[in-house]
Design a binder for this molecule. Sequence first.
Ligand code: MLT
Ligand code: MN
Ligand code: ZN
Length: 308
Amino acid sequence: MKIRVLGSAAGGGFPQWNCNCRNCAGVRAGTVRARARTQSSIAVGPDGADASLWALVNASPDVLIQLRAHDDFQPARSPRDTAIAAVVLVDGQVDHTTGLYMLRESTRPWPLWCTDAVYADLTRGNPLIEVLSHYCRIERRRMPLDGGGFTVEGVRGIRWHALPVAGKPAPYSRNRESPVAGDNVALLITDESTRRTLFYAPGLEGIDAATWQAMQSAACVLVDGTFWSDDEMLRLGLSRQRARDIGHLAQSGPDGMLERLGRLPETTRKILIHVNNTNPILDEDSPERAELARRGVEVAWDGMEIDL
Ligand code: MLT
Ligand code: MN
Ligand code: ZN
């Protein structure tokens, strides 16, 4: 299967429109060597000649630009057409769902895979599904959390499993202060012919036993790369919240993401995604980026393709 990174930044993108942190100011001025990035999303599709249909995993506010960046997302089989067969959500965050508004011209209802907790958020705190019913319809598909897998219509030869993971639901959610299973999931996406699995979790507050087991089973982990340090936003005076307070496990420090990734088999491909604009790993000349290279950890970029 093919995994295409459409957007590798966290909410706000990089550079963020109103931010003058070292990274954002530096990339604008050309004094920091870094790539601009759009907001968090990937597409997953089968390999091979007839690989015409993809699943969009998370619908970023930048989805129109992301789709335009790849000609094969427009197969032109009819006057109105798309190669996106369905949308799959890992949570109900604004940066992962707002793109559905941008896809409202669809001439057929969108199959939308999400958990009950996310569906509740998208019908109450953020009633996107009701609003969209006035444009295109959403055909909600229930993402199972009992370990049973599912297949996404139109996307052939790929099996999906959702695993509840530690994290925070979106700030508007009724569950914000008391998270429930299914507010955030990791996806295990397996190519049925190669038997190789991608573990995808752009939001991960911690790694419990089940999450760790799933990560160990994967050929590639594409995981939360939001913050380098837990107090990154605090130290920059940009927020009063720590990474963990908003549902993200920082890379550095004891039991941080890098320490965990270091315990995975050497053959596992390790990639950070959903990178916040303040994170020093965006600067390709930073010591933090050099540390990733030493540890064999990659940073996702918009347009990156992973073959599994
Ligand atoms: C997050 O995952 O915490 C977000 O990127 C927040 C947001 O969408 O602003
Ligand atoms: Mn986010
Ligand atoms: Zn910034």
